[in-house]
Write a protein of this length. Structure first.
Length: 383
């Protein structure tokens, strides 16, 4: 807004503030000059001679340089000039406009009323006024109301925009905190799941090693079998440990479900009243434990989102993959038209899925497509 430039939000230094001072003084002198020409300041009956009137107006305009730091003091100091000088009416209006932006509303309104009242004093001090007193009151009342109204509007607009900026910043901060909390929760959950699996692997290794230690002498075939079991167990434990490095572990939980438990998961969702079209094309031996558990959690969360945010109790789940080709999971649920539900707004469950997929070294994408919400995850499945 152009007039808002007269009173910047910043301090009293800088190019914009100096520009504001220049514009304010130019506008004040321009308005005062017009009033001098149109009014009766040059008449013989004027209270001040024309040169003195102009000098008073110029001095009042110079006082506008400090109007932003002292809006009340400058306005109060300039108001008496409105009773004797026509040229000073311009600076007075700029001072009122500044006061309306910087001060509580009741203060500039009172100052505006005093400015209108000085029109009566000007009429009384003028020897032979050309117009009736009501003309002076009407003219000064209109311009005073315009200055105050625009100033109060600017003040309200600035407060509103500042409030919206603060609210947006607060909401962004809160959303970031929720996202961070979701990531930490998901990492802690993964750590709890991994703990029992790793403990099981290490127990098997310890068991085989202990057997070799106790028996003393073993055949070459038995030694080869035991060594192979130890090597396989250590390799699997290291693979699972890599997925958990850096994730804080809390209390252990019972062993977690895997890909083989998906039919039971889908059956439970169907029993809850949701229609699920489930297709799984995975080799009989299935993926590694870690991969299967990750896939299970992704599908579990995807069905939860479909139940919460879908327009109807329905979803489609596709699981395809093989060793060396990766594992692909696709979950689709309808969103409906204008009357249907919307896509997830907070996205905390989706953040958990993204965190889990990232730790597994995979990729995930999700979002609405043609009135459907589509979630696709691809996980690596080593050969």
């Amino acid at each position: 807004m152009f007039f808002a430039l007269l009173v910047p939000d910043s301090g009293d230094t800088g190019p914009r503030d100096r520009l504001a001072d220049g514009i304010a003084i130019v506008l004040a002198l321009a308005y005062g000059s017009v009033m001098v020409v149109l009014g009766d300041a040059a008449d013989p009956g004027a209270f001040l001679p024309l040169p003195a009137d102009v000098a008073a107006g110029v001095a009042a305009a110079a006082a506008l340089l400090v109007r932003r730091r002292h809006p009340l003091g400058v306005t109060v100091a300039l108001l008496p000039l409105g009773a004797i000088s026509v040229m000073a009416t311009g600076p007075i209006l700029i001072a009122l406009f500044t006061a309306a932006i910087r001060l509580p509303a009741r203060v500039p309104i009172l100052l505006g009323a005093l400015n209108v009242a000085t029109a009566g004093l000007y009429f009384l001090l003028h020897d032979r006024p050309a117009a009736d007193i009501w003309v002076d009151f009407a003219m000064r009342g209109v311009v005073t109301a315009a200055a105050l109204g625009w100033g109060l509007f600017t003040q309200a607009y600035r407060r509103l925009t500042a409030s919206l900026r603060d609210q947006a910043a607060r909401l962004e901060s809160e959303q970031q905190l929720r996202a961070d909390q979701a990531r930490l929760t998901e990492r802690a959950r993964i750590a709890r799941e991994m703990h029992d699996v790793l403990a099981h692997r290490m127990s098997l290794i310890s068991l085989h090693a202990g057997a070799l230690e106790v028996r003393g002498t073993v055949s070459a075939e038995e030694l080869s079998i035991a060594a192979g079991a130890i090597r396989t167990g250590a390799h699997d434990a290291l693979d699972e440990l890599r997925a958990v490095v850096g994730v804080a572990r809390t209390r252990p939980e019972p062993p977690q479900p895997g890909l083989g438990d998906l039919p039971e998961l889908v059956a439970g969702v169907r029993e809850a009243g949701m229609s699920v079209d489930f297709t799984s094309v995975v080799p009989a031996d299935g993926p590694p434990v870690v991969l299967g558990r990750t896939a299970y959690r992704i599908i579990q969360e995807g069905l939860t989102n479909a139940h919460r945010h879908g327009s109807g109790p329905a979803a489609s789940v596709r699981v395809r993959g093989a060793a060396g080709h990766g594992l692909r999971i696709t979950i689709i649920n309808p969103l409906g038209g204008t009357g249907g539900a919307a896509a997830p707004r907070d996205g905390l469950g989706l953040i958990g899925i993204a965190e889990r997929v990232a730790l597994a070294g995979g990729t995930v994408r999700f979002g609405p497509e043609r009135e459907e919400f589509r979630l696709e995850a691809e996980l690596p499945w080593p050969a």
